[in-house]
Ligand binder design. Structure first.
Ligand code: NAD
Length: 474
């Protein structure tokens, strides 16, 4: 059985008890991790505080160099990390359109390298006979990172790297469902980083709560559900922590009648179903113009019938199991509700018999706003396709959601579609694409999808505060 330890002050740490990590394709336990506690959080925060002066005052180029050094370490062990990601998350090694563990580990390396190369230049606002005024970006101190289970390694890197690059030290708590690959990564990173710079405590929501309420943590970066985001915001108020909250999405895609259906159907399908829809910014509500509604729905259903579902360790698998039983139950209940309301299931709709948290790729039509499957985030392999006739009205319907993570418009006239982008209430609008992220492009939500952005310089700046320095000359 694979064992994982916590890392505090550069040292492996065990707890009194462990918890099991389940392979969602087989429901078998394949690893055990330490059941951390609030005391472990205290120890990790103390280590991170002690490491902060050395790390934040290190020459900027040396800090960047240490972070860059993590890329070859990971690259040398890429197959092993891919297998761990697949075993704990269910994500296939290759995956639909290449969205699998290879992308997760490859993306992790790309994000580390790109973020390590970012700079935070000093802004000179005035330099004359009277004074020179400079604005510096200073690190905040200890950053607490709390991550979800859908992209366990990559999302941890999205948190850790900009925090460290800006000179902060980190206490990370991965999801209790998927702590394995990231545990091994933190172990590896501690071969390069000074002790205490990157610490990890494993466990459940109680460990997360101990982090978000800790008086010596300056900022929390959290990716996960809206409900947990709210709790974190409340408990972070004690010492006015800075927050970046990347929360749930219920992204709408709007398909205009001028599209080439055959050309966009595979892209639409992948946008809805990659990683089984368990991506925050997957396409989750598809609005299609009435002129092409049946054609688009049938084309997507055909893709769903043909996609290869199975154990992610099998190279041919395009979609694996869902990651956990609780999320599978949510999808089942949304499907049952849609069925009870008289919606049409073009394909799928059932849990698969046998071991593993498998749900058939499911395409639902004859459904509209106001039903649970449209209004709530399914975070699973099921998509409602909704008919519309008027463009102004459909934009209103797309915006009529408490979420605002991403959205997309699909049209043969990209300029016309781009002109509509400003009317979408969401953090990212894609034209003829959806849920594709880049290390240089800011990503984040509006409304209850959270606030703050990640990636690029905009994301890096979120791990700093501004300090104005005025140097008198006269
Ligand atoms: P979750 O909120 O249940 O758990 C996320 C993390 O929070 C876990 O590590 C968990 O242990 C921890 N946690 C639980 N209770 C806590 C508490 N009281 N205080 C502090 N931490 C606590 O979310 P999940 O089920 O792991 O992830 C799925 C959700 O995440 C979906 O809604 C999805 O849309 C969202 N998500 C958003 C993004 C984004 O970038 N916006 C990315 C991925 C996932």
């Amino acid at each position: 059985m694979l064992q994982c330890e916590m890392i505090i002050n550069g040292q492996p740490v065990t707890a009194a008890t462990t918890f099991d990590v389940i392979n969602p394709a087989t429901e078998e336990v394949f690893a055990q991790c330490q059941q951390g506690s609030a005391e472990h959080v205290d120890q990790a925060v103390a280590a991170a505080r002690a490491a902060f002066p050395g790390w934040s005052r290190m020459a900027d180029s040396d800090r960047a160099e240490k972070l860059r050094a993590l890329v070859p370490l990971l690259e040398a062990r890429m197959p092993e990390f891919m297998e761990l990601v697949t075993k704990e998350s269910g994500k296939p090694m290759a995956g639909l359109n290449g969205v699998g563990s290879g992308m997760e580990v490859g993306g992790t390396m790309a994000w580390i390298g790109f973020t390590a190369d970012l700079e935070l230049p000093v802004d000179v606002l005035q330099d004359d006979d009277e004074a020179r005024i400079e604005v510096h970006r200073r690190p905040l101190g200890v950053v607490g990172s709390i991550t979800p289970w859908n992209w366990p390694l990559m999302i941890s890197i999205w948190h850790i790297m900009p925090a460290l690059r800006a000179g902060n030290t980190v206490v990370l708590k991965p999801s209790e469902y998927t702590p394995v690959a990231v545990s091994k990564f933190v172990e590896l990173a501690n071969e390069v980083l000074p002790a205490g710079v990157l610490n990890m405590v494993t466990g459940g929501g109680d460990v997360g709560a101990a982090i978000s309420s800790h008086p010596d943590i300056a900022k929390i970066v959290f990716t996960g559900s809206i409900a947990t985001g709210r709790r974190i915001m409340e408990s972070a108020a004690g010492n006015l922590k800075r927050l970046t909250l990347e929360l749930g999405g219920n992204d709408a895609g709007i398909v205009l009648p001028d599209v080439d259906v055959a050309a966009i159907a595979p892209k639409l399908f992948a946008a809805c179903f990659h990683n089984n829809g368990q991506t925050c910014a997957a396409l989750k509500r598809l609005y299609v113009h009435e002129d092409i509604y049946d054609e688009v729905a049938q084309a997507i259903a055909q893709q769903a019938r043909e996609v290869v579902v199975g154990d992610g360790l099998d190279e041919a698998t395009q979609l694996g199991p869902m990651q956990n039983q609780a999320q599978l139950n949510i999808v089942k209940s949304l499907a049952e509700d849609a069925r009870a309301q008289g919606a049409t299931f073009l394909t799928g709709g059932q849990e698969r018999e046998g071991a593993g948290y498998f749900f058939e790729p499911t395409v639902v039509t004859d459904i509209t706003d106001g039903s649970r499957l449209v209004d709530e985030e399914p975070f699973g392999p099921i998509v409602p396709i909704i008919k519309y006739s008027d463009l102004d009205e459909v934009i209103e319907r797309a915006n009529n959601s408490p979420n605002g993570l991403g959205g997309s418009i699909w049209s043969s006239d990209a300029n016309k579609a781009a002109a509509l982008a400003g009317r979408m209430e969401c953090g990212t609008v894609w034209i003829n694409d959806h849920a594709v992220l880049h290390p240089h492009t800011p990503f984040g939500g509006v409304k209850q999808s959270g606030f703050g952005v990640e990636f690029g310089n905009y994301g890096l700046e979120e791990f700093t505060s501004l300090q104005t320095v005025k140097i008198m000359k006269a």
